[in-house]
Unconditional design. Structure first.
Length: 145
């Protein structure tokens, strides 16, 4: 009986995406390894996986529609245009992390910068144009650790 309960609790912790989502993922990322799914909300699933040795995350809607892909990059991989914008617009801030992000409408960079106690998330296109910026609340920052 105990073995059955332990087995059931382990199985209930593992999540698997709906068939449409899984099929869309496999079509877009046929070489993905070590895929783990998480249900983000009622309409969206996120897969974390490795592709060519790099850690990625990709989001899909319940109907299998691809929404976004992100992967971490080294700060040194940011284009000069992006680094120049950050040093000009956010003087005194240090780059804490960088990701390449892609959606249907956009391909660019998401960069987290920090100065003292303030952390800002900045989204820039490949030419260095700022698309969006927001101050990261302390709780959000801790959740990502």
């Amino acid at each position: 009986m105990i073995t059955l309960l332990v087995g059931f609790s382990v199985m209930s912790c593992a999540q698997s995406a709906p068939t449409k989502v899984n099929n869309a993922f496999k079509a877009k990322f046929p070489n993905a390894k070590y895929v783990e799914w998480e249900n983000e909300n009622e309409t969206e699933w996120e897969a974390e996986f490795k592709l060519n040795g790099v850690e990625y995350s990709a989001n899909f809607l319940n109907d299998g529609t691809w929404k976004e892909t992100e992967h971490e990059i080294k700060v040194s991989e940011l284009p000069n245009s992006v680094r120049n914008t950050l040093s000009t617009e956010f003087s005194g801030y240090e780059i804490e992390g960088a990701e390449m992000t892609e959606t249907h409408e956009f391909s660019g960079y998401e960069v987290e910068i920090e100065k003292g106690e303030e952390t800002i998330e900045v989204v820039l296109d490949k030419s260095g144009k700022i698309i969006k910026k927001k101050v990261v609340e302390e709780e959000e920052d801790e959740d990502e650790d």
